[in-house]
Design a protein around this ligand. Sequence first.
Ligand code: GLU
Length: 511
Amino acid sequence: MGKFRVRFAPSPTGPLHIGGVRTALFNYLLAKKNNGQFILRIEDTDQKRFVPGSIEYIQEALEWAGIVPDEGFGYGGDYGPYKQSERKDLYEQCVEQLLEEGKAYYAFDTPEELEAMRQQFQQEGKTFQYDASTRSLMKNSLTLSENEVTKLLEQGQPYVIRFKIPENRTVKMQDLIRGEVEVNTNTLDDKVLVKSDGLPTYHLANVVDDHLMEITHVIRGEEWLPSLALHHLLYEAFGWQPPKFAHLPLILKPTGKGKLSKRDGIKGGFPVFPLEWTDPQTDEKLEGFREEGYLPEAFINMLALLGWNPGTDREIFTMNELIKAFDLSGVNKSGARFDPEKAKWFQQQHLQLKSEEELLELVLPVIRKQLGFHTDGKAIRDYTLKVLKLVKERLVFPADFWTWASFFYQAPEEYNPKVLKKHKKPQTKEILEKVVKFLQGIEDWKAPFIKEQLSGFIEENQFSFGKVLQPLRIALTGDLKGPDLFEMMELIGKDETLKRIEKALKVWFEE
Ligand code: GLU
C-alpha cells in the first residue's frame, strides 16, 4: 500500500462547528485505517477573519474528541510550517512560476473600475465575470505592454495576481463519494491567487500546501466542491499530480431543511459546537457538547453516523471499531440530518458501557460541586460505587447522578407536594410511627432482611404495601422515584433512615 496522508485544514475564524469536527474525524479514521498520517494545517491567509482563541479552540476540541493529529500546527513534523501565514515565501515562489509560464497574470484594475464594469454588464442584462471573454477588456499584464506593466509595478500600483483559466475546456474529475464530476471552464472566473496585500488566497495556498505536504487524499466539506475544477486546473498548471478528492455531505438542521447553523443550536437549546465558546467580541456564549456532559466517545460515534452508513444495523462503535469499519464507500451523497435526541441516545448508550469504576470518576466532580466537600477519600468512593450500582441505569449524563442519587448524600430538603398531598393522611402518621418503632428493632440492617421483616410487619398489621412503602419512600427521598427502597435503606444506614422518617413526621404533621 502506498503512503496515505490526509489533512484537516480549518480556518481560525471562530469555534469549530460539529461539521468541521466530522470532517476531521473522517480524515482521522481513514488515516488510522491506512496506517497513514493525519495532519492539522491552519489556513489563516484571510487575516481579516482571524478570531483570537480559535486555533487553541480547534486543538482542544480535537484532543477532547480523541482526534489527535500526528503532525501539524502544534504537533511538529517534517513538512512545516503548518500555518499558512508562515509560508508566504513558498507561495511566492510557486506563483512566480505560473507568471513566467503565462499561466497567471497581474491585474491592476481598481475596485472602482471593476464595479463600473459590473454596472455596465448589468445594464446590458448580463453578469460580469473576469474570464477569457472579458480579460481583454481589463487592465492587466495580458492587455498592457511589458513596459507598462514594469512601470506600474515599479510605481507600486496595487495589483492582484489572477489565474488564467483555459478557455472552453471540459475538466473531468473523480470524487471518491460523488463519482465523475464535469465542469466546463467557461463557467469559471480567473480567480485571484495573490491578493493586493501580497497574501495568497485560499485556493493557491491550499493547492500548494497539499502538494508540498504530500497529501494523498483531500476529504473536505461539500461546500468546496465548486472549487474542485479550479484546484484541478492549478495542479495541472503546476505540473503536479493532484491528490484524490472526497467531498462530504452537509450536516442538516433537525428539520432536514438547510444547513445546521449556530442559530439552530441557540433556538433549539442544543449544542452544535464541541466545546463551549464565548465570542471575544460580543460575549455571546455558545454551548458545547463537552460542557453539556457528553462523553467524547458518544460525540464521535454520533458524528461518524452523520453521513456514513456502516452497511449494517449496528450503531454503537468505539473509535477503534470505527477505524476498522469506516470506509468512504459508506459515505452518503445527500445531507445528513442532525437529531439532538439521537445525540442523547448515543450518550446514554456509551455511558451505560462504562464500568462503575469509570463512572465513579465522572460523578465524583458532580458530588463535589453539589456538596462542596472533598470526594477523594476512600469512604466516599466506596459508598458512591455502591450508589452507582443502584442508579447507573437511569443516567444519561454524569450530572443526572444528582437527580437520581442526591438523597444518598443528604436528607431531602423538600417533598414533592403533589405526591405528598396524596399520602399525607392521618393514617400515614400512625403507620409511620409504627414503622419507626419496628425498624428500631431490626439489628441486621441488610436490604433482604429489612425487606423480609418489613413485609411481615405489613402483613401482620393488615396494611396495604402501598400505604406503607410509598410514604416511607417520600420520607427518605422526597419523591416517589428512585431505586430499590430496601437497598437504599441499607446504604444510607439505620440511623439516617430513622432520622428521615422522624423528620417527615414532624414536617408533615406538626408544622
Ligand atoms: N480552510 C478551508 C476551510 O476552512 C479548508 C478547505 C479544504 O479542506 O480544502 O474549510
